[in-house]
Ligand binder design. Structure first.
Ligand SMILES: Cc1ncc(COP(=O)(O)O)c(C=O)c1O
Length: 326
């Protein structure tokens, strides 16, 4: 089977497994896991941030970013399609206790004008939810891996400071944006209060994300990580895989991007498929079926031919997501 449902389906290669085996471990709750400490320090240097915390998943990183920068009842302004809202709003409200104020933009980009509108979209009596955090995403999963414009990040940073809001960057696929645009990871981090990145997407590690920010924020996140049951003890084995992925698989993301372009080119030749090739910016291709009403039939037919795809919403087949294959 060719599995293009997601870049989370990769499996660790032999060399990654060997690297994991030799990891030196300790109890991370005492901060004694050398491999975890090494990864966190490596990311601190790479992103030029004060502190970094290795966590189980992208969702945990986002949850901790929210919990450490808000109080229950506070409001988070985001875009409707971003993962923190589209997939994760129920646990965000149930666990982080926040109220989402999602904006519907026409192109998936959350701009300063959207924030201004959100701020003034309702009365702000003191018993109302008080806006505390802006949450953006790069690359944007729901918009087929679109790259969040760097200049918009910079202007959001200025506005956030002015309005005394924190800014979280969900960078589950920030590495893809970095490789596609050549903008330094530390440059992205400079304009956000917290940044999370995933090792288990295009980089091909089996596990883990890292949340970065100031020492004060990450101290809070470390406390909440335990609350969420995420205090994994000898997790250096997983940290080693993340480290291997970071050192060896970052630059090969370019191949994923080229492959996505290649797919798009061929899909354009199929009359039943409509697709805007200009929307292919990183490792995803999203297309619409023109004449096949039932996208499930199409998916079944693809599966029978040995191709696994994931449905997005009816009529739209979720992106083809290119990724590392062993
Ligand atoms: C933008 C974004 N954020 C967060 C996540 C959640 O990551 P995880 O599956 O590691 O919890 C995903 C997953 O695809 C994602 O696309």
């Amino acid at each position: 089977m060719i599995d293009l449902r997601s870049d989370t389906v990769t499996k660790p290669c032999e060399k990654m497994r060997a690297y994991m085996l030799q990891a030196s471990v300790g109890d991370d709750s005492y901060r004694e896991d050398e491999s975890v400490n090494y990864l966190q320090n490596y990311c601190k240097d790479l992103f030029q941030v004060e502190d970094a915390l290795f966590v189980t998943s992208g969702m945990m990183a986002n949850r901790l970013a929210f919990m450490s920068q808000t109080n229950p009842g506070d409001e988070v302004i985001t875009e409707y399609s971003y993962h923190v809202n589209f997939f994760d709003s129920a646990p965000m409200s149930a666990i982080a206790g926040v109220v989402m104020n999602p904006r519907h933009s026409l192109d998936g980009i959350l701009r300063p004008s959207d924030i201004e509108q959100a701020l003034y979209s309702k009365q702000r009596y003191n018993y109302f939810a008080q806006p505390k955090l802006i949450s953006i995403e790069n690359t944007i999963n729901g918009w087929a891996g679109k790259i969040f414009p760097f200049e918009t990040l910079q202007s959001l940073h200025i506005l956030a400071k002015e309005k005394k809001l924190s800014l979280h960057l969900d960078g589950a696929r920030l590495f893809n944006a970095h490789i596609a645009k050549g903008i330094g990871l530390h440059e992205y981090a400079q304009y956000a209060d917290t940044v999370s990145v995933c090792f288990s997407k295009g980089l091909g590690a089996p596990y883990g994300s890292i949340l970065m920010g100031t020492r004060e924020t990450i101290d809070k996140a470390r406390r909440y990580r335990i609350w969420l049951g995420g205090g994994v003890h000898q997790t250096g084995i997983q940290a080693a895989a993340a480290c291997y992925a970071l050192k060896n698989n970052l630059h090969r993301l370019k191949q994923d991007h080229q492959l996505a372009q290649y797919f798009a080119k061929f899909l354009l030749e199929i009359p039943e498929i409509s697709l805007n090739a200009n929307t292919v910016e990183t490792n995803m291709v999203q297309f619409r079926l023109q004449s096949i009403q039932n996208s499930d039939d199409f998916l079944d037919r693809c599966t029978k031919q040995g191709l696994l795809l994931f449905p997005w919403i009816p009529g739209i087949i979720r992106h083809i997501v290119t990724h590392k294959y062993l």
